[in-house]
Design a protein around this ligand. Sequence first.
Ligand code: C2O
Ligand code: CU
Length: 616
Amino acid sequence: MSTAQLIALDLLVTLLAAAGWVSAGVAAAARRARAALALLAVAVVVTLVRVTTAVALATGGWWFAQDRVVLTGPLLGVAGLAAVLSAGPRLLSAVRAGAPGNAPTVVVPLLVAGYAGAAGLLLPLLAGYPATWSEAFVVVALVAAAGLVTWRVAAAGPPLWTFLPVLAMGLAGVGAGFATGADLDAGGGPTTRHPEGHGVSVADLRGPTTPAPGGRVRRYALTARQTTVQVGGRTVEAWGYNGQVPGPPITAEQGDLIEVTLRNDDIARGVTLHWHGYDVPAGEDGAPGVTQDAVRPGGEFVYRFRADQVGTYWYHTHQASDVGVKMGLYGTLVVGPPAKGLDLTVPVHTFGGTTVTGVAGTPQAAPGTPVRLRLVNTDSVPHRFTLAGAAYRLVAVDGGDLSGPGELREVELRLPAGGRYDLAFTMPDAAVALHLDGGEGLRLGGGEPQPAPKGWPELDITRYGTPATTPFGPDSRFDRSFTLVLDRAIALVDGVPRYAFTVNGRALPNVPTQLVREGDLVELTVANRGFDTHPWHLHGHRVLVLERDGRRVSGSPLWLDTFDVRPGEVWRVAFRANNPGEWMNHCHNLAHAAQGMSLHLRYDGVTTPFHGDHGG
Ligand code: C2O
Ligand code: CU
């Protein structure tokens, strides 16, 4: 059973346990001693089952079970034991004597056990990992308060002042929960040695102004403005660079200098350019509030960086990116000589519910022609692709060539939000169809459209291709190790309490900044405790995948800039800290990022003069 299924099963069992205790209490209150006794037995059994689901969850990773093991499990255990000891013997003798068995010493403990069970159901839904003292205070106070109320209803009950300590406990818990706590996570490495103000500003970490020897300067001017696009015969409001959606394709050869002048005509929220997957110097990264201020209407910013990495990348605004990218402020960046034959970039994007490939018409390729398709997912959710009519190879992922990519046919490719796949094949005699999410996508060559194939298994890219040497691996000694547990919880987002997308129980900007030093070998473990897929994306570095769910990569080394952490999954990745700066580290479901799932990774000694305007 997968961890995601276990999480669901555990919640179901917890619900049944809570229901069992509550209905035992209700049956007792209704003077049905025999039914109450039977339900008590059921509740005990289900509660014991819950112990096994919690233990099973813990084997998938401590993060998945921590709240169960340290808080809600013991709470239900204590309440359940008290209920058994108090209600059990009394119900037994009531059944023997034919008495109603509705004494408060029977009803109240049973219901309190039910409340404790309900807390075990609500806590994982409302609070993320880790369960804290503050949550423990609130949970225990709530269960106790509900118990006191029940007691007063069932019998004369305790005096009102007994609510005071319970109230105090709850308030203390809430107060502690709003304290923001540490703002730096050194990942087990040494903490800062550069006091604030004595380092290098990210604003000074700019790119070179000349190409490498033999390279040329590629100049682009991109002006963001409102425009419209045609999708499925409809005219849709959009924002574009130079009025185009996607924006003008940027291409270069390795060693060239890319120089892009960004202007903003009328996008009131402001815009930037972020070079997704491209490890530019920090000052060119386009992260508003971190590496620059957003470009407001009438403003301008010039980006310069060397085209060092070959492959398929993309660019997009990073200011209010949830809205900006959705509206069309993105384009492709392809570096390297165009592939021989047909070289097609396919920036997939969804406008108002319609997903388009970004390719006009039906491109033609003569049989025998080499074809390269560069798939780019510019949306916030994964897309599924199948290629029918030709055997092909997945030759590059996130711009990086794979080692020994074998021939593929009848498989489905799942491309994470923000990710890129390059497919290569030789054009056969008949047409080739690239289907998108089980529907129409792109056709090469003539012929009738074919229905999308069904039931093709998903390619596991961690087992595809052949191993090759890497500069570090799963057994390396890491200078710093960080763990990011992704979940949903009630947390402050920009000072407002929300049902946020959280990292380690906190939301932007309260997630502690990760601190590294130049040269560090850094390990990141990303675990998903929630029910949504989180495409994780670190700026400025490609990460090497070490393990997924404890299983090492057995195919080609995978250097990624975005990896999908699905519900219940745990990814372990690593990178060398070789690009000083302050970098965003966030979920590339940009709505999740805007609702809290975002943090910074900062090199020791780097400071930023930009504040407050982070734009997700
Ligand atoms: Cu493509 Cu911070 O994002
Ligand atoms: Cu997410």
